[in-house]
Ligand binder design. Structure first.
Ligand SMILES: NC(=O)c1ccc[n+]([C@@H]2O[C@H](COP(=O)([O-])OP(=O)(O)OC[C@H]3O[C@@H](n4cnc5c(N)ncnc54)[C@H](O)[C@@H]3O)[C@@H](O)[C@H]2O)c1
Length: 312
């Protein structure tokens, strides 16, 4: 297949590019480098099956492909909150542009949505039928509501124009190629531990998340792309094993042998207390479930950040 991948220079985009090329597909990567980096795509630039274009998805773009994977959008709260208007614009205008293109060229469209559409969930685990509990005017809303609007657009294009739109709701994913300063909890704690500086926990550390290692997620995204069936509902993708922030920090302390101490800071606005995907649908539709446990994923991620910090 010829595939347009937006957000190609980001954390997930770089792993997806690797996977798609290794499976024999051609990738056109698009990115504006707002939260991604040239380093993440440097290995592919000489590959004949990879073409890169620096491009803002909010500006119309044309190419002929078989599938469009829309991953353009900063995913880290401190980054997407730097320019909230831009974040919601990317999610709405960017997604609309890409859906129009998918319709014009009759391509499969995959939207990278998020567990944030569930907000601070009133039920756990979250299954795809749950509509969520989202603050429409809070500091996370530019992302959460932007992603919800992008889902709405995807399903409207599906119903109105019979577009083959597929929406995946990604739960917290981590691994190599996350930016050192991107401020997500796993990378944050590992980098602080490796630097020997205080490790920041927001709130009392009892709030839980489920963490998926990136290779597991990429496998699920790939299966979503190559399945012949059409998907009538969004699909949760993530690892259902739940950990508290305190447990995560203790794990990282052991793996890095750090002398860093934990410091507790006030919880930011609208921070969800719990996240846990019900992945029954992904299991039945894709025959997929994550295979990497937290410890083995953390070892690879600590290794990556150790090398990154040594590079300076
Ligand atoms: N990593 C996760 O845990 C997670 C969880 C849920 C959803 N997602 C979604 O997956 C996608 C990728 O996330 P990530 O973790 O790789 O984040 P990331 O910030 O590392 O990557 C996003 C990429 O999109 C690019 N981008 C942003 N705005 C753009 C624009 N207007 N035009 C062109 N490029 C633009 C950035 O430069 C960056 O390279 C995002 O849509 C995110 O919402 C990720």
């Amino acid at each position: 297949m010829k595939i347009l991948l937006t957000g190609a220079a980001g954390f997930l985009g770089s792993h997806l590019t690797q996977k798609l090329i290794s499976e024999g597909h051609q990738v056109i990567g698009l990115d504006d480098f707002s939260s991604g980096s040239k380093k993440n795509i440097s290995d592919f630039l000489n590959n004949p099956n990879f073409i890169f274009q620096e491009q803002d998805v909010c500006k119309p773009f044309f190419c002929e492909v078989d599938a469009i994977l829309n991953f353009a959008c900063p995913a880290s709260p401190p980054i997407y909150q730097l320019d909230p208007v831009r974040t919601i614009e990317t999610n709405f205008v960017g997604t609309l542009n890409l859906l129009k293109l998918a319709r014009q060229i009759d391509a499969i469209f995959i939207q990278a949505s998020t567990s944030e559409v569930y907000g601070d969930p009133a039920q756990t685990p979250q299954n795809e039928k749950y509509w969520g509990n989202v603050n429409p005017i809070g500091i996370r809303s530019c992302y959460d509501e932007g992603k919800r609007a992008a889902e709405t657009l995807s399903f409207d294009f599906k119903r109105q124009f019979n577009l083959d739109a597929r929406v995946i709701r990604i739960f917290n994913t981590y691994g190599p190629n996350m930016a050192i300063n991107d401020g997500r909890v796993v990378s944050n704690l590992i980098v602080q531990a490796l630097k020997g500086v205080p490790m920041t926990i927001f709130g009392d550390g009892k709030q839980t998340r489920s963490f998926c290692y990136v290779s597991d997620l990429v496998e699920a995204i790939y299966l979503t792309l190559v399945r012949k069936n059409r998907f009538e509902t969004p699909i949760n993708l993530g690892n259902p094993t739940e950990f508290s922030m305190n447990q995560l920090a203790e794990n990282i302390i052991k793996l890095t042998n750090t002398k860093s101490e934990l410091v507790y800071m006030p919880l930011p606005g609208d921070d969800p207390k719990q996240r846990n995907p019900d992945i029954s649908l992904a299991k039945s539709l894709l025959g997929w479930e994550p295979a990497t446990n937290l410890n083995s994923g953390l070892i690879k991620t600590v290794d990556y950040f150790t090398r990154e910090l040594a590079r300076g």
